[in-house]
Design a binder for this molecule. Structure first.
Ligand code: HEM
Length: 417
């Protein structure tokens, strides 16, 4: 049996990146009233999303001229015009520092070439099989710990763990290493605020993945790493550097987002008990409940693009080198597309696709996996409980943050099915 490579902890083992991470995701209560106000002033406005909602200095792109893009149609226009509005110029200052040469930081033709290979590993049919093999065992194990109690905190005991544990089980990282792994995955983001633990974590995760890749290549299994290490498109494989950067990104792109998306799904339904009951009575409503949660409080409320050449957008001149803050949360609550946009309503008419996973060539590569995980999590809870409701004696869920929004707790009571 092969021995897993050992993951090195941060030099300062007492350093806690989780508290500091809140600085970059923010603690805004409800940014939407202000977002509506801004959108009414114009679809393209000078300023930065981060400085609008936090006091944290922007050490990464603060030196560049910035605009916020707020209208649904305008955001879609930018996302689907990658020649003028690129990724590299923006993300090289941010995610590129944390993760390295990942697809988010690339523009065409490099992006097109590598994305095609990654996409083969995340096709809907491939991902569908992971439901039984990877997601259900994790979800059932976590639920087993609270199901007999008749009450739980769905965040602390369920949603905050399951997407990460799905990743551990796909990477086959043993339980003894998961704590350090999670800590490093969060610490690498701290390059965003200039903390030295950021580059240290990036390097340590890189060393670990390099060794793991070599092992899995020598003795491939059925896991995600073996699959990614051997998948090909047009006879080409992924270079190690690109693959390692992708693996660094996985915990944040796939774990943090799905944890938040699932927490928001439970919050939306449980704060609207008639909609929870409707879904419990008719599971075919689950896909539209998920789409509504992603629209209402999509976990990624803002992303960026870089203006590659002088251009004009909705009558506003944008010089080359400008950073665009693409406020996806604003697009998803644009009243021109979604009447009464602040209302959580799984029965609303859906004429346009929400932008929670963005659009265009960089549209989320893990969207099928995210939807699958959210679906399995909701099914599992509905299968094993009856009459789930918010605990009236505890605080109601409160979704917070300006960038990655989530409630800290969802206290519930229920009967066992
Ligand atoms: C509810 C859960 C999720 C949400 C809301 C979400 C959201 C997003 C968004 C908005 C983007 C586009 C960013 C941009 O273009 O600037 C994106 C890209 C990406 N996502 Fe997700 N994501 C989720 C789950 C996942 C999962 C489970 C994975 C893991 C496989 C994943 C991996 C990625 C990657 C690798 C990219 C970069 C794609 C590229 O640049 O070509 N995401 N995601």
């Amino acid at each position: 049996m092969t021995v897993m490579p050992k993951l090195a902890d941060l030099l300062d083992q007492s350093f806690d990146p989780f508290e500091i991470e809140k600085l970059s995701t923010g603690d805004a209560d409800d940014p939407y009233p202000r977002i509506h106000e801004l959108r009414e002033k114009g679809t393209v406005l000078k300023g930065s999303y981060r400085t609008e909602f936090t006091d944290v200095p922007d050490v990464q792109v603060g030196h560049l001229e910035q605009y916020m893009v707020l209208g649904y149609d305008t955001i879609l226009k930018v996302l689907t015009n990658p020649e003028v509005f690129g990724n590299r110029g923006a993300f090289q200052h941010t995610l590129g520092k944390s993760f390295g040469r990942t697809v988010t930081v690339m523009d065409a033709p490099e992006h097109t070439r590598y994305r095609k290979i990654f996409q083969k590993a995340f096709l809907p049919n491939t991902v569908a099989k992971w439901g039984e093999t990877f997601v259900d065992p994790v979800v059932n194990r976590l639920m087993g710990a609270f199901i007999d109690r008749g009450e739980a905190d769905l965040v602390e005991e369920f949603t905050h763990h399951y997407p990460f544990q799905v990743i551990y089980s796909q990477l086959q990282i043993g339980q003894e290493q998961t704590k350090v792994f999670h800590k490093l995955a969060i610490a690498q983001l701290l390059s965003a605020i200039g903390a030295p633990q950021g580059p240290e974590a990036t390097e340590k995760l890189g060393d670990f993945f390099r060794e793991l890749l070599a092992q899995r290549r020598a003795d491939p299994g059925d896991d995600l790493i073996s699959h990614l290490a051997t998948v090909e498109a047009d006879g080409e494989r992924l270079p190690d550097e690109v693959l390692i950067s992708f693996l660094r990104q996985l915990m944040n792109a796939g774990g943090d987002t799905t944890f938040r998306g699932t927490s928001v799904l439970f919050t939306g339904l449980l704060t609207h008990p008639e909609q929870w009951e409707a879904v419990a009575a008719d599971r075919s409503l689950i896909p539209q409940a998920i789409e509504e949660a992603l629209r209402w409080e999509g976990p990624v409320s803002n992303t960026m693009r870089y203006v590659n050449e002088d251009t004009e957008l909705d009558g506003v001149f944008l010089p080359e080198g400008t950073i665009l803050n693409m406020v996806l949360g604003s697009a998803n609550r644009d009243p021109g597309k979604y009447p009464n946009p602040d209302k959580f309503d799984i029965f609303r008419e859906r004429k346009v696709r929400n932008l929670a996973f963005a659009n265009g060539p960089h549209v989320c590569i893990g969207q099928h996996l995210a939807r699958l995980e959210m679906t399995r999590a909701l099914h599992a809870i509905l299968d094993h409980t009856r009459n789930m409701r918010l605990d009236p004696d505890k605080p109601a869920p409160d979704i917070r943050g300006h960038l990655l929004r989530v409630p800290d707790h969802i206290y519930v009571k229920f009967d066992k099915a």
